[in-house]
Design a protein around this ligand. Structure first.
Ligand SMILES: C=C(O[C@@H]1C=C(C(=O)O)C=C[C@H]1O)C(=O)O
Ligand SMILES: [Mg+2]
Length: 463
């Protein structure tokens, strides 16, 4: 139940304890307050002192919206056949039973679920991704929301019948103070001691094999990814990596999902879906070229990309599939007829935005379920390309290429496609990059394209 009245935290805790006693079961309380300005990276950095290592970071740098989560008040994981439905059911059940004090009701405040999915739950899991399941969301114990220049702190806590309101209050306030206290940040550069591409020649042969499948008419597009493993001289400082990603990777979602010693982190330009009330946004991003060194060269490369037959093919399949999927749950679907350029620091893409009005009774998960994986990360048709990837790709994609994001209690949320990313495990990291193979592909050119896609992560990791 959501309440908009203004109550002091201590009173809210007392009320939650009463309910816990009445119902004889633990009660989730969510309490949101406005706070003074705080640096999101500083908050993220401080969070390592107060909780187990399970932080979350999210920013869509285009509208300086930040979410930073610390700790876990409630965890959601689905083992059902339909993991999207499974998570959504758990989320709704949790919300129904929660006591929520949020007089602001701004998107991204109050109880929110932060998390993501693996690319393909049917592909065998390896040790690499052992800490990340097929679906995992968490309601953070402490959440910083930065939106339209306003700062909010939400505390989510499971209260038990035998808890003492004052004692709990002191503990929560102590943690809150420590989290929002200004932290001196000294960006620490990581130093790479070793760098290895995993079987690049074998990967080029796989591109050739995919092209043969396509020429035989078995599929139109198959996206193939590969891995690079880097080792570091000392442990990587995640706050510094986030800081550098924000500084260097404009037009991108900067995200991190930490599971004890492992952290999945990246700077993805690809929006899967955003829902704000009943407004829906999605994006088709596929087709790639480098940036030019001079503005003239840059413009020439961009113009070539816009008319390049092979890249337009890659792009077309994505637009077609996203449009068809969105139409099922939306009205007033608007999709331009031609892509435009989407410039990034190291490369540029073909981009077509999608806008629509979500029909009643559909949620963000209905869209995620229909879209994932789009032909930008799977291929076209979906079943054929996925089967090829599952059988032939030598890599455990884990959460790479899959939806990562958040949703709140008010029908808002956003998911990015987790590309340009790395899984950092202590002094080692796996980087991932893929590309869309179509009938006119060239294995060497696709290899070079994936090299470009490693650069955003590699450069902030010290490579
Ligand atoms: C698969 C990746 O990117 C995707 C593939 C692209 C392409 O092949 O042109 C472009 C953008 C993304 O849709 C990746 O970055 O790993
Ligand atoms: Mg491509």
């Amino acid at each position: 139940m959501i309440q908009t009245e203004v109550k002091e935290l201590e009173e809210a805790l007392e009320e939650a304890i009463m309910i816990a006693k009445d119902k004889n079961e633990p009660q989730l309380l969510s309490y949101t307050d406005k706070i003074n300005e705080v640096n999101p990276i500083s908050f993220f950095n401080k969070a390592k002192d107060i909780n187990d290592r399970n932080r979350f970071f999210w920013t869509s740098s285009t509208d300086s919206f930040f979410l930073v989560g610390a700790g876990e008040a409630f965890g959601l994981q689905s083992t059902s056949v339909n993991r999207f439905e499974g998570i959504e059911m758990q989320w709704k059940k949790m919300l129904d039973k929660s006591l929520i004090f949020n007089s602001f009701q701004q998107p991204g405040t109050g109880p929110i679920a932060l998390g993501g999915f693996s690319f393909d739950p049917e592909k065998e899991n390896t040790e690499l991704w052992e800490k990340f399941g097929g679906s995992q969301f968490r309601v953070p114990a402490y959440l910083l929301t930065v939106s339209n220049g306003n700062y909010y702190l939400t505390i989510n806590v499971v209260v038990h019948a035998e808890d003492h309101a004052k004692q709990l209050y002191f503990e929560l306030v102590k943690n809150k103070k420590s989290l929002i206290k200004k932290d001196k940040l000294w960006p620490v550069k990581s130093v790479i001691s070793k760098k290895a591409e995993v079987n690049p020649d074998q990967w080029k042969e796989l591109v050739l094999k995919a092209m043969k499948e396509i020429k035989k008419g078995k599929a139109d597009k198959i996206v193939l990814a590969r891995e690079m493993i880097v080792s570091f001289e000392k442990d990587v400082d995640l706050s510094s990596i986030l800081h550098d990603l924000i500084e260097t990777q404009t037009n991108s979602y900067i995200f991190a999902f930490e599971n004890s010693e492992d952290c999945f982190i990246g700077a993805s330009p690809e929006q899967l879906v955003r829902v704000e009330g009943n407004q829906l946004f999605s994006s088709c991003l596929a087709g790639t070229a480098p940036r030019g060194f001079t503005s003239i060269e840059d413009r020439t490369i961009g113009e070539e990309l816009l008319t390049d037959v092979k890249n337009r093919q890659e792009h077309k399949f994505v637009v077609q599939m996203i449009k068809e999927s969105v139409v099922e749950c939306c009205e007033e679907v608007r999709v331009p007829n031609h892509p435009v350029l989407y410039p990034l620091k190291n490369l540029q893409h073909l981009y077509t935005p999608v806008q629509a009005r979500l029909k009643n009774n559909y949620s963000i998960f209905d869209i995620v379920q229909r879209l994932h994986p789009t032909p930008a990360l799977g291929g076209f048709p979906q079943d054929k390309s996925l089967a090829f990837i599952r059988e032939n790709e030598q890599l455990d994609r884990g959460w790479y290429g899959a939806p990562i994001g958040w949703l709140d209690a008010y029908q808002n949320g956003e998911f990015a496609v987790a590309i340009r990313s790395a899984l950092i495990k202590g002094r080692e990291a796996s980087l991932f990059a893929g590309c869309g193979v179509v009938k006119d592909s060239d294995p060497e050119a696709e290899y070079q394209e994936t090299n470009m896609k490693f650069i955003p992560m590699l450069s902030v990791l010290g490579g």
